[in-house]
Write a protein that binds this ligand. Structure first.
Ligand code: B1M
Length: 209
C-alpha cells in the first residue's frame, strides 16, 4: 500500500487528527481513488474496533480515533460524492424518547461510519413517530435505538412495536447500558450489541454485509 494510505490508517489508529488530514490530502492530490482512501480509513477504524472489543483501549481512545476519522472524512466525503461512491448500507439511529444520553450512540455512529455505513442521526429524545418518519423518508437497511435509562426502556419497546405496526422492513438493532440480549428479544428487536465495536458486527450480520 502507498505511504500516504499507510499513514492514514495509522493516524486513525492512533487518533492523530493532523496526520489524518495531511495523509488524506496527499492521497487525494496524488489522484488516489477516493474508494481506496476510504478503505485505508476503514482499516484504521476496524483496528480501533478490534482493540476496543478486546479491552486493549477504552472510550477516550475511541473518541480520539473517531475525531481523526471525522477530519479525514471532511476531505474525503466530497471526493466520494463526486466520484459517485455511495455507502452500501444506510442506518437511522437515535436515543429513544425521554432519554438525553448520546455519548454511546455517537460512538456507535462513528464506528458505523468507519465501516462505510451512511448514518442518519435523529439525535436524542426521539419519539417513535420520528423514527417512523425517518424510515419512510430514507428507507434504511437498519434502525438503531439507544437507551441509557431503565426508565426509557419501555420507550424502546413501544418504538419497536410502532415500527413493526407501520410495516417498516428495516432490521432493528438496540443497545445501551441497561439493555440485555433477553430484553432485546422480549421486545422483538432483530439484534442487540453490547458496545460500539460489536454494533458493527451485529449491523453487518443484520444487513447481510
Ligand atoms: Co446520566 N445516568 N442521567 N447523564 N449518566 C447514567 C446512565 C446512570 C447509570 C448514572 C448512575 O446513576 N449511576 C443513571 C441511570 C440509572 C438507571 O437508569 N438505572 C443516570 C441517570 C439517573 C441520569 C438522570 C436521571 C440524572 C438526573 O437528572 N437525576 C439524567 C437523565 C436525563 C435524561 O436522559 N432524561 C441524566 C443525565 C445525564 C447527563 C445529561 C448529565 C449526562 C449525559 C450527557 C450525554 O450523553 N451527552 C449523563 C451521563 C454522562 C451519565 C453517565 C455518567 C455516563 C454515560 C455515558 O456516556 N457512558 C452514566 C453512568 C455511567 O455509565 N457510568 C449515567 C459512556 C458511553 C460510551 O457508554 O452510553 O453505555 P454507553 O454506550 C456504550 C454501550 O452502552 C453501547 O455502546 C456504547 C459504546 O461502547 N451502546 C450501544 C449505546 N447505545 C447503543 C446502541 C446500539 C448498540 C450499542 O445499537 C443501536
Amino acid at each position: 500500500m502507498d505511504d500516504a494510505l499507510l499513514r492514514l490508517t495509522e493516524a486513525v489508529k492512533t487518533g492523530k487528527r493532523k496526520d489524518a488530514r495531511e495523509a488524506t490530502e496527499i492521497a487525494l492530490n496524488a489522484g488516489t481513488d477516493p474508494e481506496t482512501v476510504l478503505a485505508a480509513l476503514t482499516a484504521g477504524m476496524d483496528d480501533v474496533g478490534k482493540r476496543f472489543r478486546a479491552n486493549e483501549i477504552f472510550v477516550p481512545e475511541v473518541l480520539v480515533a473517531a475525531r481523526a476519522m471525522k477530519t479525514s472524512m471532511e476531505l474525503l466525503e466530497p471526493a466520494l460524492v463526486s466520484s459517485g461512491v455511495k455507502p452500501k448500507y444506510t442506518a437511522v439511529i437515535g436515543t429513544v424518547a425521554g432519554d438525553l444520553h448520546d455519548i454511546g450512540k455517537n460512538l456507535v455512529i462513528m464506528m458505523l461510519k468507519g465501516a462505510n455505513y451512511g448514518v442518519i442521526d435523529l439525535g436524542i429524545n426521539v419519539p417513535e413517530e420520528k423514527f417512523i418518519e425517518a424510515a419512510r423518508e430514507h428507507n434504511p437497511d437498519l434502525i438503531c435505538l439507544s437507551a441509557l435509562l431503565t426508565t426509557t426502556m419501555p420507550a424502546m419497546k413501544t418504538t419497536v412495536e410502532a415500527l413493526r405496526k407501520e410495516g417498516v422492513s428495516a432490521r432493528i438493532m438496540v443497545g445501551g447500558a441497561p439493555i440485555t440480549e433477553a430484553f432485546s428479544q422480549s421486545i422483538g428487536a432483530d439484534g442487540y450489541a453490547t458496545d460500539a465495536a460489536v454494533a458493527v458486527d451485529v449491523a453487518n450480520q443484520l444487513v447481510g454485509a
